[in-house]
Design a protein around this ligand. Sequence first.
Ligand SMILES: Cc1cc2nc3c(=O)[nH]c(=O)nc-3n(C[C@H](O)[C@H](O)[C@H](O)COP(=O)(O)O)c2cc1C
Length: 327
Amino acid sequence: MKTPITELFGIEHPIVQGGMHCVGLAELAAAVSNAGGLGTITALTQPSPRHLAAEIRKCREMTDKPIGINLTFLPAVNPPDYPGYIQAIIEGGVKIVETAGNNPERWMPVLKKAGIKVIHKCTSVRHALKAQAIGVDALSIDGFECGGHPGEDDVPNFILLPRAAEELKIPFIASGGMADGRSLVAALALGAAGINMGTRFVATKEAPVHDNVKAAILAATELDTRLVMRPLRNTERVLVNAGVERILATEKELGPATTFKDIATYVSGVYPRVMRDGEMDAGAWSCGMVAGLIDDVPAVGELIGRIMAEAEQIIRQRLVGMFDGRS
Ligand SMILES: Cc1cc2nc3c(=O)[nH]c(=O)nc-3n(C[C@H](O)[C@H](O)[C@H](O)COP(=O)(O)O)c2cc1C
């Protein structure tokens, strides 16, 4: 399958693994890229630019296919060393960067000068238009169902993707709720040029996380995610657990007066405890509603192969068959 995204990134299949804190390490990124998708290392999981440079080298030893780096711009009192991380990306020879969290305008000149293609992830048409105007190459449009930060507009992909298609001139991929061949065909039908997946890739053999995390995703249904940090306008979709229930109770009690400090115990430093140690009740970790569609832990290559085969079968047989009386 050729789409503007496979052409832009030089990949075989229009399937991207989105940046994921404490999950997007060299092992997973290499597995996705080796399977013909685009694997992504998450920069801020590395404690310093020097560590990111080492992770890029490690990934390069595992694949010679294109890889991407996720740069998440967080609202932080003491921002991470973004110039240092960008330098590590450039020196590591990586040519694709996924930006997220905030407008990447400030970093565009240095990224473009290095010949890097930028795909910006955002949750609204207005932010997508802004990113297009500042010169990003592609967009990843994250619907309300996504794991992680869906923004504050709450528009699901069945509306958001066709709206994006109406307005955008550059290619975009559909993110949030994507799991299988059905998702890919639907995304293409709604105007996207491929899909971005987070949660689905966590439940794979190569995802370098504790088995408890994979088991929790398998056990979860589409009803088991919650939105936390809504009062802070920093909404995150997470898998429900005892820590998350505590956050929600605090937010209910304090309402709009909730501050980060009030919930920090169950938000700050939680990822390593969950992903590395398997402490499933520690607090908030991103998970999409798509958990309801995930029932197994395949190898990444098997997953991507299956998505492409199912998409082809749906298009060539089910859909075409509807026109020539076969279905
Ligand atoms: C465990 C986890 C951690 C994530 N961490 C990040 C992150 O650090 N930066 C980022 O831009 N997106 C992050 N995301 C969002 C994903 O890149 C992707 O946009 C999202 O998962 C898509 O929705 P889906 O989970 O329904 O596939 C994370 C998602 C998950 C599931």
